[in-house]
Design a protein around this ligand. Sequence first.
Ligand code: PEP
Ligand code: MN
Length: 264
Amino acid sequence: KLVSREFRHEDTVIDVQGTKIGGRHLGIMAGPCAVESLDQLLEAASAVKRAGAQFLRGGAYKPRTSPYSFQGLEEKGLELLAEARERTGLKIVTEVLDSSAVDIVSQYADVLQIGTRNMQNFTLLKTVGKSDKPVLLKRGLAATISEWLNAAEYIMSEGNYNVILCERGIRTFETYTRNTLDLGAVAAVKSLSHLPVIVDPSHGTGHWKMVRPMARAAVAAGADGLIIEVHPNPAEALCDGNQSLTPENFSLLMDEVGAIAAIT
Ligand code: PEP
Ligand code: MN
């Protein structure tokens, strides 16, 4: 299989418009769960940039559990992301919810995010497989490692080898945490595949207080990067405020993770 270590022995390094991720290159993606306004986005973007992130995350199309929850600013959100890139130089990571939106999201994004709920949306996987944009493939919330790697294979089999895997927690019997962050999967994937794997301790725990410890653990376990939710005012966030870091806490996270990366 294209995804396997047997197919490619060395770690794949993905170049996102000049920013590398994989191998010894740690990629840090941070920003709000959802793009809410220009002010909110620029405040988050400048804070994460100052702390050392290379990528700005932010959802313009949100896959919410309830149809009555905020669904995102849609194309307006994409425009705001492009403006934040213009002002900060950060690369943009944003979710594409279905294959009909791949064209429009690709006009604005540097990395196409496939969310956990879409990990086995094979039509979408094949569509982004034909795209020239790198893909961030989140693990399905009830997917085995093998199913996750097969989802990556769907993308690669269409010609797009620039796939970044993301462990974001899986559903278990535990209810205290939003999901159970499976750091064992990071070590497993590093041995099974050459693709970079990053960790999302925000969705992986659901609690902002757990994000820094699990980010440290992820990098110690060999993750090639992190995706972290950061909001200028988490208490007011329209989405996922409980798991969002303040800019101050994100800056502490970056210092801690930098120290661990230096000795790993
Ligand atoms: C997100 O990144 O905000 C998101 C919706 O993630 P997931 O698909 O992992 O739930
Ligand atoms: Mn979120």
